[in-house]
Design a protein around this ligand. Structure first.
Ligand code: DC
Length: 215
C-alpha cells in the first residue's frame, strides 16, 4: 500500500462514515478529512449571524477559518473556537445540508478540501469525495444502510430528539443531498458499495483496510 494512499468514503447521513473513517485512519496511520464537518462549520456560522442569501453564504464559506486538531474525536476549530460538539446537533446538520446546495459554498469548500488531500496519506469522507474532491483516490467506498437503520444509529448517539424527529430529518436530508443540482450524492462507477447493516464499525473498517492493503 503506498504511504500517500487516498481513501475516499461517500454515503448518506448516518451510514457510519465518520466512525469508520476514524478507525481506518488509525489502523493505517493516515490523516482524516471530515468534509461534512466543514459544511457544518459554515452552517453554524450562518445560524449565528443569520446569513441566508447565496452571496452571503459563499463569502462566509470563503472567509471561515476551519482547522482540525488531533483528538478522539478529532477537534474542529472554527475561527479559533472549538466547535466539535456544537456542530453535531440536528439543527446544524439540517442547516449544513441546506447551505451545501449553493455552488458558491461548495466551490469554496472543494477548493480547500483538494488542497488538504493534495499530499495524500488521507481518509476523507462526505457526499462528493469519490466523485468531485478526490476522483483519483486509490480506494473509493460508498457506505450505506437503510433509512431506518441510519436514523436508529443517529438517535442512539444523541437522544435529545425523538426517534420520529430523527427519521424525518434523515429522510429530508437524503432528499436534499441526493437531488441538489451541484454535485449531488451519487455512486461513482468505480466505488465499492458496503452495506453496513449487521456489521460493526470495526468490521467495516477491516474491509476497507484490506482493500487499501491490496493496492
Ligand atoms: O456528513 P455530515 O452529516 O456531517 O454532513 C452534513 C451535511 O453537509 C450533509 O447533509 C450534506 C453536506 N455535505 C456535502 O454536501 N458534501 C460533503 N462532502 C459533505 C457534507
Amino acid at each position: 500500500m503506498p504511504s500517500n494512499i487516498v481513501i475516499a468514503i461517500d454515503g448518506p447521513a448516518g451510514a457510519g462514515k465518520s466512525t469508520v473513517a476514524a478507525l481506518v485512519a488509525k489502523k493505517l496511520g493516515l490523516k482524516i478529512l471530515d468534509t461534512g464537518a466543514m459544511y457544518r462549520c459554515v452552517a453554524l456560522k450562518a445560524i449565528r449571524i443569520e446569513a441566508n442569501s447565496e452571496m452571503h453564504l459563499g463569502s462566509l464559506a470563503e472567509s471561515a477559518r476551519i482547522e482540525f486538531q488531533p483528538g478522539e474525536p478529532q477537534r474542529v476549530i472554527l475561527d479559533g473556537e472549538d466547535v466539535t460538539e456544537q456542530i453535531r446537533t440536528l439543527q446544524v446538520g439540517k442547516r449544513a445540508s441546506e447551505v451545501s446546495v449553493f455552488p458558491s459554498v461548495r466551490g469554496a469548500m472543494v477548493k480547500r478540501q483538494r488542497k488538504l488531500v493534495e499530499s495524500g496519506g488521507c481518509v476523507l469522507e462526505g457526499r462528493d469525495v469519490t466523485t468531485v474532491v478526490a476522483p483519483d483516490a486509490g480506494v473509493k467506498i460508498f457506505l450505506t444502510a437503510s433509512i431506518e437503520e441510519r436514523a436508529r444509529r443517529r438517535w442512539l448517539e444523541n437522544k435529545a430528539e425523538t426517534l420520529q424527529a430523527v427519521v424525518k430529518d434523515v429522510v429530508e436530508r437524503d432528499h436534499r443531498d441526493y437531488t441538489r443540482k451541484d454535485s449531488p450524492l451519487t455512486l461513482s462507477d468505480d466505488a465499492v458499495i458496503i452495506e453496513s447493516f449487521g456489521l460493526t464499525p470495526e468490521q467495516v473498517a477491516d474491509k476497507i483496510t484490506k482493500l487499501a492493503k491490496g493496492k
